[in-house]
Design a protein around this ligand. Structure first.
Ligand SMILES: NC(=O)c1ccc[n+]([C@@H]2O[C@H](COP(=O)([O-])OP(=O)(O)OC[C@H]3O[C@@H](n4cnc5c(N)ncnc54)[C@H](OP(=O)(O)O)[C@@H]3O)[C@@H](O)[C@H]2O)c1
Length: 324
């Protein structure tokens, strides 16, 4: 796996080290010339050494490669690894957008999409994931939001043309390990801040999946991990609360990592350090409004955990292997 020293990368190693079907053949940091290092937080879980990145060495050693890298590095590395016959699971946004113009705006390093690609929202893309050569793992905000909205959309319960508002809060690890003014402890602790309204690169990813525009406003909250999305939408007139419940129950009847809490609204602490997405909702039948709360751990279901769930599907293992 590449990017082993990052937040998502360390979470991947923590989970993969206990996966019954996996041997970690190599874990790499960023620089081709950097000194090999161990990961103190993972001692006795994984006692390997992080080595400098060498794509040729990865190709010789493994069946699959997880990329937990900045998107420009993924855009460069993934085609090389695919060319060596490896299956690639990419956690970055480099390969998420199908529309060329949109990709040029949000992920300019990705000049073209390789063949055999699948978008890895596991619960909805199972069949394309099974045969994928390149798995593009969804963003953390889209994962939480789409798991809460797609069942209603697919059941035909969302009023077309009406606004959908996604108000989402994420812990700071969502921004990666490099500190910035916004993610500095002294700035973030004791505060809550909205950022990038209408301008976050997860907006086109959400709109691609839903086929309609959304108002998406992310917020940073002083937590190290966890993400809560509050989803507001209008229902087709006459939709009952029972119909909304039935749509969620039908969609997730066999999904091991989606837990439905109904009108007991879930919280981040219920899912921290797990691959679960918990979904709760309330319907106001009189005004035709639905409110859904979706919570995930951004580093697990929002990144490393979902990547492993997708890897399990790609290789024909139990979806839950290494995760539950
Ligand atoms: N954090 C989240 O909650 C989350 C959720 C979903 C998706 N993602 C995506 O997952 C990817 C990793 O995120 P992260 O939060 O783990 O980032 P991070 O903490 O900043 O870690 C980045 C990793 O990539 C390595 N790296 C940096 N520049 C590189 C380069 N040019 N070539 C090769 N390796 C390089 C770093 O190695 P060094 O330590 O040697 O610098 C480090 O191992 C990103 O694309 C991110 O968008 C993250």
């Amino acid at each position: 796996m590449a990017g082993a020293t990052g937040f998502a990368g360390q979470e991947l190693i923590r989970l993969l080290a206990r996966h019954p079907k996996v041997t970690i053949a190599a874990a790499t940091g960023s620089q081709a010339t950097s000194t090999p290092r161990s990961l103190p937080a993972l001692k006795r879980i994984w006692d390997g050494t992080v080595v400098p990145l060498d794509p040729a060495a990865l190709a010789g050693k493994a069946d699959a490669v997880f990329l937990a890298l900045p998107e420009a590095a993924s855009a460069e590395l993934a085609p090389v690894l695919l060319g060596s016959g490896l299956r690639v699971i990419d956690l970055s946004g480099a390969f998420r957008l199908r529309d060329e113009a949109s990709r040029a705006r949000w992920y300019p390093a990705t000049k073209a999409l390789p063949g055999g690609i699948a978008y890895g929202l596991t619960e909805f893309e199972f069949d394309t994931i099974r045969t994928a050569r390149l798995l593009s793992n969804p963003g953390c905000y889209p994962t939480a939001s789409l798991l809460g909205l797609l069942p209603l959309q697919r059941a035909g319960l969302l009023l077309s043309g009406a606004e959908i508002v996604i108000d989402a809060k994420s812990g700071i690890s969502g921004a990666g390990k490099a500190p910035s003014d916004r993610t500095h402890f002294s700035e973030n602790h004791g505060s809550v801040a909205a950022y990038n309204p209408f301008g976050h690169r997860h907006t086109p990813e959400l709109e691609q999946a839903l086929g309609r525009t959304v108002t998406f406003v992310p917020h940073l909250v002083p937590l190290d991990r966890g993400l809560l999305a509050s989803l507001y939408a209008r229902l087709v007139p006459g939709t009952t609360a029972a119909a909304v419940t039935a749509a969620f129950e039908r969609e997730y009847a066999t999904a091991p990592f989606v837990r439905l809490t109904g009108d007991a609204l879930p919280e981040i602490k219920h899912v921290a350090h797990t691959n679960f997405c918990d979904l709760g909702w309330k319907v106001d039948e009189a005004t035709g409004r639905v409110f859904v709360v979706s919570v995930i751990d951004n580093l697990v279901k929002g990144a490393a955990g979902q990547a492993i769930q997708n890897f399990n599907v790609m290789f024909g293992f139990d979806q839950k292997a290494g995760l539950l």
